[in-house]
Design a protein around this ligand. Structure first.
Ligand SMILES: Nc1ncnc2c1ncn2[C@@H]1O[C@H](COP(=O)(O)OP(=O)(O)OP(=O)(O)O)[C@@H](O)[C@H]1O
Ligand SMILES: [Mg+2]
Length: 240
């Protein structure tokens, strides 16, 4: 049973989620909601369960229990391809770029799940530095270009709920800024975004609210104003 009644304004409403890899339980009790158009982050230490929460939403774990409503539709018993059709797409932590395919081939690979996805030219407007790289194989792209491509290709699918797992990891500050500008642009266009982010400073520049994940539970939740007002203490605690 969900902990809270379904809220139609929520693009995502997770209640009492438990998840397993094989026989090993990774998530114990996760309840998270994201209002349509909101940008919410998952913060927390290494191994806390942030990626597993994202993977659970799209059905990429051995087993899930609890409730995961995507736009009000219960998806916890659905296979991954049906969940995608509910309008959710994940940009994974490892970016998932095919090394031997060109950037353009990578971009057009994922299946369209809904109408209204971005065209390739719209994606290139969002990430202008990809324009000259379309013919390059994935393996020749920089980390930043791979990240832009990984975000760009889920925008083609028509999904309006985007799961971004550590989009700034390992990137130079100037590239982090470009990714930040693109994410702010997506938010302004009304996309709903759930983002894992270890860079708390970056998270505070784009997010509305935050959840702290710890040992497969939600340890804490606060809005971005609270984070900004108490930044040093909260970020020190997250990295302790
Ligand atoms: N494929 C897997 N098989 C078995 N256990 C896994 C698998 N992936 C993750 N785990 C375990 O699940 C737990 C949560 O891992 P998860 O990757 O979700 O953490 P995270 O918060 O994303 O960490 P990080 O910040 O390092 O990315 C950890 O104990 C991890 O060892
Ligand atoms: Mg992770």
């Amino acid at each position: 049973m969900p902990d809270t009644p379904p809220n139609i304004k929520n693009a995502l409403q997770i209640s009492g989620l438990q998840a397993w890899y094989g026989v090993s339980q990774a998530l114990h009790d996760i309840s998270i909601s994201v209002v349509t158009g909101e940008l919410v982050t998952l913060l927390g230490r290494n191994g806390a369960g942030k990626t597993t929460t994202m993977r659970s939403i799209v059905g990429m774990v051995t087993r899930r229990e609890g409730s995961i409503l995507v736009n009000g539709v219960e998806t916890v018993s659905m296979p991954s391809h049906k969940i995608a059709r509910a309008g959710v797409a994940i940009c994974p932590e490892d970016r998932g770029i095919y090394a031997s395919l060109t950037a353009e081939e990578n971009l057009v690979l994922p299946a369209i799940v809904a109408q209204g996805g971005m065209s390739v030219s719209e994606i290139l407007k969002l990430f202008p530095s990809l324009k000259d790289r379309l013919g390059s194989p994935g393996m020749k792209l920089s980390g930043g270009e791979q990240q832009m491509l990984a975000i760009g290709r889920i925008l083609r699918t028509g999904a309006r709920l985007l799961l971004l797992d550590e989009p700034t990891e390992g990137l130079a500050p100037v590239v982090v800024q470009q990714i930040g500008a693109a994410i702010a642009d997506l938010k302004a266009r009304g996309y709903t975004i759930l983002m894992v982010e270890q860079n708390v400073r970056f998270a505070s520049t784009v997010a509305d609210r935050h959840y702290v994940i710890d040992r497969g539970h939600v340890a804490e939740t606060f809005d971005n104003q609270t984070l900004l007002a108490d930044f040093d203490r909260i970020s020190a605690r997250l990295s302790a």
